[in-house]
Every structure is written in structure tokens, then in C-alpha cells.
Design a protein around this ligand. Structure first.
Ligand SMILES: [Mg+2]
Length: 382
């Protein structure tokens, strides 16, 4: 039995490394299977959960205090992988849509979890949209195969954990008093992300600058409407130590954004304008960078492809997240050595995390030395 397991793992690891175009070490596992699931059978389970935000989260167009998530678990031959779908309301997914989608998933046709391209192509074909629900399966599957091989995903991808970037911490739109308080609470971070577009942009930045001189990035969430006013603001923001501008204007204003990108002294990053790999084609000449998020692009596998595509375009690459538990954030963090900027603070904005994983130490993402996405479940769920 042990010999069979070794040859199964070895063969699968070679197949996996071929699909990702990186060499990986083959490892055998002495961890015995147990009777939780039958050998050769992939079993998906899921459970809805409601994240409680520490502060009311206000963007240019909305405000909320909770985020619905769906937590997933894939089991195979005694091994487990965890995943997550985070569904902020503006993206159109909910507990109901995720439940409906995940109920349709039938993995009985797959007996080898290392056939990730096949499995995820099937997941993607079940229904259009449902990107966060699809990501919850993708993340659990990657966690599972990392756990079977007993190596962290960053090693599977050949990435150096010392090359993780600092993560930004998000300061949402608020009054100067609250902004100053939030910046004081974010003293451990080496870069802050300030949400603008709420009509008090200079007031927000001035409040931040009263407390700290760390580099800032700015996310407007499509909140600016006039390109000339936007350009004036960007010049002022550069003087205030801002390093890039994310989604300054509505996604449909392509000509205005292209004009702004050409004249802007700072990189202009697409967020709402891009979801999946196929959307990357339309960004060239309009934006100089891209914010890639698992919940928009169906998970780690497509995020990895998008990062490489963006590099081929010479674009600035940023890795972002929604409000998520440490499950989703730790998964994204596995890819972070590949990117220029990380905005992976979603787990730090909630008060009821049910996983432990990636840590922020002196502002820098610090990957746990654990297999898969590197998480331990700490809550009574799944
Ligand atoms: Mg954004």
C-alpha cells in the first residue's frame, strides 16, 4: 500500500510540475490514510459563515459591517484541504448563490486530485460567473495537494518565501478623527492603502500624514469623474508620498483612463476593470498595472496565470483580497513573492477569524512553514 502511495504521489507530482512549468521535489508521505474518506474519492463539503468587520468599511460607493463567506473542505484519502469564497455584495454572489453552485459540484469523475487543470476546468464549466465559489474549490484543491505532498504551495511554485512584499493596510473613507485613530492602530505596517473618492480626498491624506510618513497607495474605487481634476490630484498625491493609484475612474471611461495613465506620474492600476485572465487583453495601453484577486479570477491557478500574463505586458502587479479569513488570505500570500505590491490585510479587518496562517511581521507577509496554504483551523466550523 505504501509503495502504491509513493508511486501515485511521484507520478502526480511530475504531472503537476509540468502543468506549472516549474520543477518541484517529489516527496513521498508516510502519513497513513484514515477512514474519513474512501481512497480515490474526492469529497467536497461547505458551510456558510458571516465575517464581522472590526470597523464599518466605507468605499466610494458603499458601506458595510459584515461580509458573507462560504468555507469549503475537500477530503481525499484521509487528507484535507480548506478553501473560502468571500462575497462582498457588490460582486453579486451570496450564501444562496454559492450554496446553489457548490451543490452542483460532482467530483465523482475524478480520482486523482493532482489533475488540477481538468478538475478546475470542470468546475468553471458548471455555470458562468460564481467566481468566488469557484475560488473556494480551487483553494481547497491546492491546499489538499500541498498537504498530500507535505510541502507549502510556495515551494511547489519554486518561490522564495524571503521575497514576500510588505502588505498594505487599508484605511477606509472616514472622518479625520477616525482616520488618525486607524493610522495609529496600523503602526506595524510599512505601507498603507487609503481609500479615496468620497469627496474628502485631501482631508483624508492630510489626516494620514499628521500621523505617519510611510509610503501610501490610493484606491479610488472608480470615484473620480473628471480626468483633469484627477490628474491634478495625482500630482498632489505624488508629492504626499503616494506610490500608485488604483481604479481612479469608472471602468467604462476607457478613453479618459488611457489619457490619465499616459499623463500620470504614478502607475494607474486596474481593479474593478479586470476579473479574469481573458480581461487582461483589454488592459494594454489603458492601465499600467493590475490588481489580481482570487475571488474575482476563480482562485490560485488563474491568478498564477494572470501574474505571468501581466509580467509579459510589463505591467505593475498587485495581489489583493476581499475581507476574508486567514484561509483565503494565506492562500493568496503563497503567490506574493511574485508580485510588486500586496494588499493582503482582509483577515486583519475582521474580529471572528476561524483560521490561523500567514502573519504580518514588521509589515512583511511571513509565510508559515506548513504544507498547502499553511493554515490551521482554529474555529468550530467544517
Ligand atoms: Mg481596489
Amino acid at each position: 500500500m505504501k509503495k502504491n502511495r509513493r508511486s501515485f504521489i511521484k507520478g502526480s507530482a511530475i504531472a503537476l510540475s509540468g502543468s506549472l512549468l516549474v520543477p518541484i521535489a517529489c516527496q513521498s508521505s508516510s502519513k497513513p490514510g484514515n477512514n474519513k474518506t474512501a481512497a480515490g474519492k474526492l469529497t467536497l463539503s461547505f458551510e456558510p459563515y458571516e465575517l464581522q468587520l472590526k470597523h464599518t468599511f466605507t468605499l466610494a460607493s458603499s458601506s458595510r459591517t459584515t461580509t458573507p463567506v462560504m468555507l469549503t473542505k475537500l477530503e481525499y484519502d484521509g487528507y484535507t484541504g480548506y478553501g473560502e469564497a468571500s462575497m462582498p455584495p457588490y460582486l453579486g454572489e451570496s450564501h444562496e448563490t454559492a450554496q446553489r453552485f457548490l451543490s452542483k459540484v460532482d467530483l465523482s469523475g475524478f480520482s486523482d486530485p493532482f489533475l488540477t487543470e481538468d478538475i478546475l476546468a470542470y468546475i468553471d464549466s458548471i455555470a458562468p460567473g460564481n467566481c468566488a465559489a469557484k475560488a473556494s474549490v480551487d483553494i481547497a484543491l491546492h491546499d489538499l495537494i500541498g498537504n498530500i505532498l507535505e510541502i507549502p504551495l510556495y515551494k511547489l511554485w519554486g518561490l522564495n518565501p524571503d521575497h514576500t512584499p510588505n502588505t498594505s493596510f487599508t484605511i477606509a473613507i472616514d472622518t479625520p478623527e477616525v482616520v488618525r485613530q486607524k493610522v495609529l492602530e496600523a503602526a506595524d505596517f510599512r505601507i498603507l492603502k487609503v481609500k479615496l473618492g468620497g469627496g474628502n480626498d485631501r482631508e483624508m491624506i492630510n489626516a494620514v500624514r499628521e500621523i505617519t510618513d510611510v509610503p501610501l497607495c490610493v484606491d479610488v474605487n472608480q470615484g473620480w469623474t473628471d480626468k483633469h481634476t484627477a490628474l491634478d490630484l495625482i500630482h498632489w498625491l505624488k508629492e504626499q508620498g503616494v506610490v500608485f493609484i488604483e481604479q481612479p475612474m469608472p471602468v467604462e471611461d476607457l478613453d479618459e483612463i488611457a489619457w490619465l495613465t499616459e499623463k500620470s506620474p504614478l502607475p494607474v492600476i486596474a481593479d474593478e476593470a479586470v476579473q479574469r485572465l481573458k480581461d487582461m487583453i483589454g488592459l494594454k495601453g489603458i492601465y499600467s498595472g493590475v490588481n489580481i484577486k482570487q475571488m474575482k479570477c476563480t482562485g490560485l491557478r488563474e491568478a498564477w496565470k494572470m501574474i505571468n500574463f501581466a509580467r509579459a505586458y510589463g505591467m505593475t502587479v498587485m495581489l489583493g483580497c476581499m475581507t476574508e479569513t486567514s484561509c483565503g488570505v494565506s492562500a493568496a500570500a503563497q503567490l506574493s513573492p511574485m508580485v510588486d505590491f500586496a494588499d493582503l490585510d482582509g483577515n486583519l479587518l475582521i474580529s471572528n477569524d476561524v483560521f490561523e496562517g500567514v502573519k504580518v511581521i514588521d509589515g512583511k507577509l511571513t509565510l508559515p512553514d506548513r504544507p498547502g496554504i499553511g493554515v490551521i483551523k482554529t474555529g468550530d466550523i467544517l
